[in-house]
Design a protein around this ligand. Structure first.
Ligand code: GTP
Ligand code: SPV
Ligand code: MN
Length: 597
């Protein structure tokens, strides 16, 4: 047996077994030192896996391009592998563990020949905190290693922790042939194991992120009475210096990152609000002895959507990605800086697009569609510490207390700008019935409305009926549960234009939400929940068209009655497993909608 820098027998045995399967030329343990990172970067540059960006303008930054058919999460190739199909539930792809291991083994077999296997010990959450979870990812991708070093706490300190505790999620990844027909993203919650093969794209391969921190963690959370959620966490410092924290779940590419680090709009500046970013994608939440819900962000970096990011929409992110950032699938400019659709400055006269082709603005493909410089799901990986609004409570194992939970999605017509649910159970119903128009963050048809409960449809590691019940139970465990709200920044007018300017202006809605949490304003009771009186939203400095706010806040009962049909269909697939409380909410909503008609 090779000598490994650990006494943990379980770890040593597992690494040996996986090495035997994948047959790498050598094994390198990631220690988290700057020297090792620099060596990996050099290696990746030599092999053209990374492109060095302009060291004056973008110090410590690199560009990476993935395969053309490997640019977003592939949900149809993502499986929950539990002994019983019922455990995975009707919304997940399921495979029996034996079949899954067998199929994947055939692809992993010898896949690392001629390559190095890197062993990345990583901790989601501060190392050693009892709220944290440890994983070890084996990978043959230097891009994965360098991303994991940004996104997680990885290296020596985690190995030391593994001398004391035995439990870790076994994560195996190989690029193999990057063949979409031999690509599988497999989760074995009953074995605390993740196997991913045939991809090099973020969510498929940075196994600490969606695979561990949501799919596996949600399964653990059910057993250990906590919640692993696809949510941003942010602090809103009020003019009096008091900070209130909120968590918000929006589906992929629906605005979590942007909201988490917003800069207050001019009109509200005099009030002195300040935003503190705790996390932009994942929240782990527990009930504490004070009866409140506390949240931590288990990650240490952002894996954010590039297109649309500029100094107007997200100045804090523009600042964050000026150094030590890995860009994926964006346009490369002649001066070795990067660009994407909706970036700052002028559209470059030329460049190399995300598919390594010479690019000029205005170019069209064979179907007359514009050729984009950056892929719509192009991303950047950047450390949270780079962010000017990074919270000073990031390292606190305990996290932050949550006053409000916000659900939201992209709905052109249905959902009003904001509404407040009546109570926890009704809030869980609002979350469970969320729907959103599809984005480029996952492979599939854009724009199509799909139900995405709590923004967790692709990320819940077990039967969603049990997940809803878990949410209902969590409410009962809390003396002071957060109030639950729903927002929609994406309502459009007859011309299809957004009615709401969004981005920093969203603070105006957060202000109303906090006012409601602190019983400072009244609200209009509608069939779906409480909606603001227009006068209670501070519109200072924002010149919306006359009547636009009223249009944004309108609740059209006929539309909601139509929506109930889709909800019913969605609920029906859970058969008798669905908590009766949700059918009860369905019926009372239906009655309210009919009586208000
Ligand atoms: P994931 O990283 O995929 O989980 O996405 P996310 O939820 O963090 O979304 P993100 O903040 O990156 O935003 C995705 C896209 O939505 C970007 O192109 C943004 O420009 C756009 N967007 C974000 N907030 C708003 C908003 O308030 N209004 C409008 N119209 N667009 C927004
Ligand atoms: C998402 O798709 O929700 C993301 C990006 O945050 S990924 O890590 O690819 O899942
Ligand atoms: Mn996400």
């Amino acid at each position: 047996m090779t000598r490994f820098p650990t006494h943990n027998k379980k770890l040593k045995d597992w690494v040996n077994r996986m090495a035997k399967l994948c047959q790498p030329d050598d094994i390198v343990w990631i220690d988290g030192t700057d020297a090792q990172k620099a060596a990996l970067e050099q290696d990746a540059l030599t092999r053209s896996e990374l492109i060095q960006l302009n060291p004056e303008k973008l110090p410590g930054c690199f560009l990476h391009r993935t395969a053309v058919d490997d640019v977003a999460r592939t949900e149809h190739l993502t499986f929950i592998c539990t002994r019983k199909k019922h455990t995975a539930g009707p919304t997940n792809n399921w495979m029996a563990p034996r079949t899954a291991y067998r199929k994947a083994k055939a692809i992993f077999k010898g896949a690392m020949r001629g390559r190095t296997m890197y062993v990345i010990p990583f901790s989601m959450g501060p190392v050693g905190s009892r709220f944290s979870k440890i994983g070890v990812e084996l990978t043959d991708s230097r891009y994965v290693v360098l991303n994991m070093l940004i996104m997680t706490r990885a290296g020596e300190a985690v190995l030391r922790q593994l001398e004391k505790e035995d439990n870790f999620t076994k994560c195996l990844h190989s690029r193999a042939q990057l063949d979409i027909n031999k690509r599988l993203i497999l989760h074995f919650p009953e074995d605390n194991t993740i196997w991913s093969v045939g991809s090099g794209y973020g969510g498929n391969v940075l196994l600490g992120k969606k695979c561990l921190s949501l799919r596996i963690a949600s399964y653990l959370g059910l057993r250990e009475h906590w919640l692993a959620e696809h949510m941003l966490i942010m602090g809103i410092e009020e003019p009096n210096g008091h900070i209130e924290y909120i968590a918000a779940a929006f589906p992929s590419a629906c605005g979590k990152t942007n909201l988490a680090m917003l800069v207050p709009p001019e009109g509200l500046k005099v009030k002195g609000y300040r935003i503190w970013t705790v996390g932009d994608d994942i929240a782990w939440m527990r009930v504490d002895s004070d009866g409140m819900l506390w949240a931590v962000n288990p990650e240490t970096g952002f894996f954010g959507v590039a297109p649309g990011t500029n100094s107007g929409t997200n100045p804090n992110m523009v600042e964050t990605i000026k150094k030590n950032t890995i860009f994926t699938n964006v346009l490369l400019k002649a001066d070795k800086t990067v660009w994407w659709e909706g970036a700052d400055g002028e559209i470059p006269a030329d460049g190399i697009d995300w598919q390594s082709r010479a690019w000029k603005p205005g170019a069209k493909d064979a179907n007359g569609k514009p050729i984009l410089g950056a892929h719509p799901n192009s991303r950047f990986t950047a450390p949270i510490v780079n962010c000017p609004s990074a919270s000073f409570r990031m390292e606190q194992p305990h996290g932050v207390p949550i006053s409000a939970i916000i659900f939201g999605g992209r709905r052109q017509h249905l959902a009003p700008l904001v509404y407040e649910t009546f109570n926890w159970q009704h809030g869980v119903f609002a979350g469970a019935t969320m729907a959103s128009e599809r984005t480029a963050a996952q492979v599939g048809e854009l724009g199509q409305v799909r139900r995405d409960p709590m923004a967790m449809l692709p990320f819940c590691g077990y039967n969603m009926a049990d997940y809803f019940r878990h949410w209902l139970n969590m409410g009962k465990r809390m003396a002071r549960p957060p109030k639950i709200f729903h927002v929609n920044w994406f309502r459009t007018d007859e011309k299809g234009e957004f009615l709401w300017p969004g981005f920093r202006e969203n603070l105006r809605i957060l202000e109303w939400i906090l006012d409601r949490c602190n019983a400072r304003v009244g609200a209009l009771k509608t069939a779906i929940g409480y909606v603001p009186y227009p006068a209670d939203i501070d519109m200072t400095g924002l010149n919306l068209d006359a009547g636009a706010l009223e249009k944004l806040l309108e609740v059209r009962n006929a539309d909601w009655l139509e929506e109930l049909k889709g909800i019913k269909k969605f609920f029906n697939q859970f058969k008798r497993s669905l908590p009766p409380e949700l059918w009860q909410e369905y019926k009372t909503l239906q009655e309210r909608l009919k009586s208000h008609e």
